[in-house]
Ligand binder design. Sequence first.
Ligand SMILES: *Cc1c(COP(=O)(O)O)cnc(C)c1O
Length: 397
Amino acid sequence: MSKSIFQKPFTQQEPIPDSAIERVVEILKTGRLHRYNTRGSQDSEASLLEREYADYQGAKYCLACTSGGYALQIALRSIGMQHGEKVLANAYTLAPVPGAIHAAGGVPVFVEIDQDWHVDIGDLEKKAEKSGAKYMMLSHMRGHISDMDAIVSVCEKYGIVIVEDCAHTMGAHWKGTRSGNFGKVACFSAQTYKHVNSGEGGLLTTDDEEVAARAIVHSGSYMLYQRHGTPPSEEVFRRIRLDTPNMSGRMDNVRAALIRPQLSGLEENIRRWNTRYRVLEQGLSKSSNLRLPERVQHEAFVGSSIQFQVNGCDPSRIPDLVKRCAERGVEIKWFGGAEPTGFTSRYDSWAYLGEQPVLNATIDVLLKTCDLRIPLTFDEEDCAQIAEIICEEAATI
Ligand SMILES: *Cc1c(COP(=O)(O)O)cnc(C)c1O
């Protein structure tokens, strides 16, 4: 019997909603693309997005900016991180995270992860104590939310301010609290492969008025900072505006118009992602050569991608599995490659950071970790077929 081949592309997004396209065309016809190019006291599209996202997130303040990575960078600056200061960061993350720490002048101190890709709390506490770091950049990588009670408690004990990287947890919860509402600041991405799609885009949320004011001025507001969706009071800006550099990274009205209608469809899309995730999870769990960590009940995650570990062979044979699946149309990313390809996630591939202490537990789990995107253009049958192909190939590794 010939082997089945999966036909759909793993990078195909759904179309942008018609209402967003219509609004974008209206804006294009006015020529008023820049967020401060408004008439009179009219709200710009970017301001409207800020108000709506703050509301969705349940945060006091929201800033729309150019990218998730940019939001992370100005988040660190806005909480007062100074050049050369240390920033704790879980070692399982994506290249823009160490890049943002580096760009803001920080020095990452990587923390080990456990077999379920969560922050190793013991290692966090050890490094918090030893490094004296005052900041933590917590990346909810691939939507896996660590034990937030434990992280918050360690950080409180050592006076560490948390920035949450929610690029993969927009819309997710942990024990009923929205991901992003545990730390001082949260950063989200609207880049094509995340949960809303404006090509590029970032959102930063906080309840802290001074952090919000600094982030707005950093983002390139000139002295037009009051023309934002959720600005703190004038008095707050007066305190910080002259010693906060402009690092232009504003969001334009076209991108904001692309995102706004997608927010109202987000809950439904989360449901659709999770349905697909469960089909893949169930299918892949049939193979005794694969391990799928059980998702904890109180983690209301968004299944926009799925990770599994290949346990049935030496990791050096995983590239062969990846190759065989690719020949059958299934695009798997392996996080264990020593040579960075595609998007990189192994801390030791970021050589510009200099020599890093070896993180044995993290390397061990990444060596076995495979990753699959779940675009919403796949239906449940597609997901079942993908799981079947992977299981068939994993049976003979
Ligand atoms: C995509 C991503 C980011 C950054 O988002 P951009 O908008 O692409 O800059 C940050 N962290 C993680 C984990 C990501 O996957």
